[in-house]
Ligand binder design. Structure first.
Ligand code: FEO
Length: 394
């Protein structure tokens, strides 16, 4: 793959990682990813926007060679995470007069994480500009999108926003630009859920911060480039601002069939009351798909048996993750079973302290569920449907 020109003098020089299937040893990547890096050749200066994951640094170096880049003046480093900054030492060594440009917080972090040398780093303030002759860069601080040190860069003359992870998508594709909007929407929403959702209020602030910029192109650091940026901007506005929908997320695990019986009954009870259900069998779940569903859902109900006096570890994992992602969930509950006792409800209740959600009466049955347990599940389904109706989710 050769470097591709976005506009005169602006090239995509990053790498596609078709085969990567896990990010941060946590996040499934069903469609691979890309580490986007961009080169700006202006009249006076040559600027590299971010580097790539160290695994792919050779791809970046070959692209720079193909563009006959003998000298880089600046490497704009938006974010210290290693998939964008981990190649800095190699690139700095090869281009030995290049200076890194980043926020003050990012400076400390790239020195720690990528061992970037202090003397090669220049820090910039929010809204500071850098003239490049016939082009001008403007740096926009955007802390917590999604680390504390992050910034974006706006190339004024060409009206291109380089937002690093913001508006990104883990999607390996041969296309430079978004060509399949449905596929992009799925990947970008998954990415938002896993990376950006914990910082929803900050995302809202940053959407406000860039709203008056004239943007023709958004060139993120993962996934294809947006040459019609309103689509992704609108998607972000919807994910960050919209009220939850009439959806119950039901992650569950069952050992001997009792909890599964309850989950099946409860699913039907919710459907009969006009409530949408998204079920996730935690023994086989794609955790990214579950995260994506949390963006829209009003309610989460965890289904778990009792193991060693507490929730099944898979249920604990899903609960921990949902709590960490801080979705805009309004109601939570627990259904499940036990053999002789335990503290399943107490343990799970103690794990959702980030969620500003009302806890609805759990339904925990002893052994295999009987009539009274099904009636309790009906009552919980009634309560959820009523809450959704009161809040106009239905
Ligand atoms: Fe793509 Fe937060 O790194």
């Amino acid at each position: 793959m050769k470097p591709r020109e976005i506009k005169p003098g602006i090239f995509a020089v990053g790498a596609v990682d078709w085969d990567r299937r896990l990010f941060d040893s946590l996040i499934p990547l069903p469609d691979g990813t890309t580490y986007n890096s961009y080169l700006i050749k202006s009249k006076d200066k040559t600027v590299l926007i971010d580097t790539v994951d160290p695994e792919k640094v050779e791809v970046l170096l070959v692209h720079l060679q193909e563009l006959d880049v003998k000298n880089i003046d600046y490497i704009v480093t938006h974010h210290a995470e290693q998939d964008h900054s981990g190649s800095l030492p190699v690139v700095l060594e090869k281009y030995n007069s290049a200076k890194v440009i980043c926020t003050p917080k990012c400076k400390a972090m790239i020195m720690d994480l990528s061992l970037a040398p202090e003397g090669r780093i220049i820090t910039v303030d929010d809204k500071e500009t850098l003239p490049l002759g016939d082009k001008t860069l403007e740096f926009i601080h955007a802390p917590w999108v999604h680390w504390p040190e992050t910034m974006l860069t706006y190339l004024r003359d060409d009206r291109i926003l380089f937002p690093c992870d913001f508006f990104g998508a883990h999607l390996a594709t041969s296309e430079l630009y978004v060509t399949d909007r449905d596929q992009l929407y799925e990947s970008a929403k998954r990415y938002y859920a896993e990376i950006m959702m914990p910082f929803r209020a900050v995302i809202q602030n940053n959407l406000q911060k860039i709203k008056d910029y004239k943007i023709d192109v958004i060139a993120p650091s993962h996934g294809p480039v947006h040459d019609k940026p309103e689509y992704i901007l609108e998607a972000y506005r919807s994910w960050a601002y919209d009220e939850p929908k009439n959806i119950v997320i039901l992650p569950y695990v069952s050992m001997h069939g009792s909890t599964a019986k309850m989950v099946n009954y409860f699913t039907g009870a919710l459907m009969d009351r006009g409530v949408s259900v998204k079920r996730f069998d935690l023994t086989t779940v794609d955790i990214g798909k579950m995260a994506m569903s949390l963006v829209d859902a009003a309610t989460v109900v965890i289904g778990t048996p009792t193991v060693l006096a507490g929730p099944h570890p898979l249920a604990a994992y899903a609960t921990f993750l949902a709590n960490a992602l801080r979705p805009n969930i309004k109601f939570v509950s627990i259904i499940g079973s036990y053999g002789w006792g335990g503290k399943t409800v107490d343990v799970l209740a103690g794990m959702i302290t980030n969620l500003k959600a009302e806890v609805l009466e759990p339904v925990i049955c002893k052994g295999f569920p009987e009539k009274a347990d099904f009636e309790a599940l009906d009552k919980l389904a009634d309560s959820i449907a009523e809450k959704h109706r009161q809040n106009k989710y239905i």
